[in-house]
Design a protein around this ligand. Sequence first.
Ligand code: SAM
Length: 233
Amino acid sequence: AEEVGGGDKEVVREYFNNNGFQRWKKIYGQTDDVNKVQLDIRLGHSKTVENVMKILTDEGKSLERVTVCDAGCGTGLLSILLAKQAAIVSASDISAAMVAEAQAQAKQELSGDDVMPKFEVKDLESLDGKYNTVVCLDVLIHYPQNKADAMIAHLASLAEERLILSFAPKTFYYALLKRIGELFPGPSKATRAYLHAEQDIERALQKVGWKIKNRGITTTQFYFAVLVEAVPA
Ligand code: SAM
């Protein structure tokens, strides 16, 4: 079977329309019905989202009318924050359940004065158009490195000014944890997780003429993410 782009992608879509949707909707939500691990991941992820907003509004920069593509938007956490700052947001996800949830959240949280993000069910390979900024958070975990290169190249081709990516780093410690997880798979382990070395991501960006301008890392007990801001070299 092929990986992302073939078999794996169908598995990911199916997961995020069903069990994965239920699990991640809780993690990304605000309700109390989460266990310790899920709560830890919720807090870690919210730091990543916060850091993206910091990068985008650095030095008091306004996001008004700035076009942003939120690729793999999940429940829309980032898209909604961007819309509140008057950005023109295109949000998409491979999972129809995720997009419906994001849309419902946006309706609830945005007011009549805000510009609604444009929500679409789409995998990121079929995204087109040009955006000032392309953001893709915690999606690379579904891509093995050989598919990640093409994915990064595609996202960079859509971005005019910058591309912001987050991924699970392939450090020794985390790789070890993952291996232990594979030896003792829990019931919720429905998809494969791919970790990435920062140098591999950097090389993929360099190949298409982009360079890393900013990097940061968020680690909690169960959440590990490197966040990079890339710009044309
Ligand atoms: N970016 C969101 C966030 O940070 O709040 C959601 C992150 S969630 C861990 C990963 C999301 O990526 C899921 O909603 C999943 O459906 C989506 N996804 C996975 N593979 C995708 C693909 N090939 N194209 C578009 N979305 C994809």
